[in-house]
Design a protein around this ligand. Sequence first.
Ligand code: ADP
Ligand code: MG
Length: 341
Amino acid sequence: MSLGEFDLIARYFQRPAGTGPRRAIVGNGDDCAIIAPAAGMQLALSTDTLVEGRHFLSTVNPARLGHKALAVNLSDLAACGARPLGFTLALTLPRVDEAWLADFARGLLDLADEHDCELVGGDTTAGPLAIGITVFGEVPSGQALLRGGARAGDDIWLSGHPGEARLALEAFRGNLHPPLGSEAFEACRMAMECPDPRVALGEGLRGLASAAIDVSDGLLGDLGHILQRSRVGADLFADALPCSPWLLPRSRAEQLDCILAGGDDYELLFTAPPAHRAAIGVLGASLGLPLTRIGRTRAEPGRTIWPSGLDAAADGAPTDAGRGQPLPDRWASFDHFKAGA
Ligand code: ADP
Ligand code: MG
C-alpha cells in the first residue's frame, strides 16, 4: 500500500477537531473507544457487512457505497426504535485508491453527521473489498421495538413504497421487458444504492408500535420474522399495498414481486393496535413519510393475501372469504423473475 495503514486512517477516518459528532470519551486512535452510557438508557447494537460481488457491484459509486454501508446498519437501529450514537468500521481494501477512499469516506461520514452518529474506531486491512460496520445506539430502558410484540388484531403498517431497489436490480440484470426508462432507472438505482434509513420513524414509533422490523430481505420474508416471534398470523390486502410510481407501469405480477419479495428497501414494517391509528397518521405526516396500513395480524398462524377488503374487514374476518390465497412459506415459488414468466 502506497499510503501506510495509519496515515490512511488518519487522513480519511479520523475527524479533525471540531468536526463531526463527539460522543466517545476516547475515540478512534486508541486501543478501545470509551463511551459512557446515559442513565436510564439501554444500548442497542447491530452489525452488517457488505461484500463486493455479493452486496454491491464493483462499479458502484464509492460515495453511495459509504452511505449504504452505514445506512443498512442505521436501519437496524431504526427498527428497534434506537437513537444512533456511534459506529466502528472494519474496512478490507484490495489496494489504496485515494480518490476512492475520499469519496467513500465522504458518503459514509455525511450520513453519519446527518444522524449525529460518531465513528469511534475500526480496523483496516488488505484483502478483497468488504465493509463491516457495527453500529450502536440508545433506547430508553424497556422501550426497544422488538419482533415478538405483535398481538392478534394489530394493524400491519409499512413505510414508504418498497420495490424500487428490486426493480433496479432486475434492470441491471437485464431482466425487464420492456426495460425501464432512464428517469425510472436512475430513481430506482438511487433507492438501491442510497437508501434512507428510517431513524426518525423508528424513534417516533416507541410507545406506538407493538413490533417492528426493517425490510431488508423482502416484505413477506421480514413479516414472517415478526409473525414467528409473535406467534400470530396475518391477513394482507393486495389493493392496500403502496405502489411506487416507477412500478405503476409494470405488470401486476412484477409489481407484487417487487413489493412483496423485493428486498434492499430499508423501509420499516411494523404492527400496532388499531387504537394508535390516528397517532401513527400524525407521525407519518410530521415526517413527510407515507405510512400505509396493509393488513392485520390474526391468532391463526400463516399468511393470507386478499385482493381487497382491508377496511371492510376491520372489525372481523375478511368479508370476501373464498378469494384469499394462502401465501407459501417461500414467496420464491411465486417469483416472477426466477420463473422467467
Ligand atoms: P490495534 O492494532 O490496537 O487493533 P489498529 O492499528 O487496528 O489498532 O487501529 C489503530 C486505531 O485506529 C484504533 O483506534 C482503531 O479504532 C482506529 N481505526 C483503525 N481502522 C479504522 C477505520 N477504518 N476507521 C476508523 N478508525 C479506525
Ligand atoms: Mg485492529
